[in-house]
Ligand binder design. Sequence first.
Ligand SMILES: [Zn+2]
Length: 145
Amino acid sequence: MPATKDTTFALSDFSPYKEKKGEEYMGPDMKVHFKAILNGWKVELMEEADRTKVHMQTDAENYADPNDRASQEEEFSLELRTRDRERKLIKKIEKTLELIENDDYGYCEACGIEIGVRRLEARPTADQCIDCKTLAEMKEKQVGN
Ligand SMILES: [Zn+2]
């Protein structure tokens, strides 16, 4: 699978959804399944953010040596970026949970087709189908270069 800018979902305990025969896409059971995934992921991220905060507080000593200080500053700025990313991701998860509430979850925002259970399990915050996502990334690269 090609690497994309999406953050890969990393929830530890999670079992793939077993669709029943003829089950409606994004029916009540499926929604419960994805809600649990998203909520679990959010909790993990928030715990991670807390750990980072504690780490930064306990490590915030003044180093006399400029080299030590520089490497610590580097470490802190890395952690700040991580926290920023986590915060954005948590927001995205919250938005996605709202989509579930509003029955809008699981459909491509660009073309409207079903994103699909397997893709959503790999990337629960995906809001585009794989085709639209790939296309968007190609366009992004063209603009970027
Ligand atoms: Zn699409």
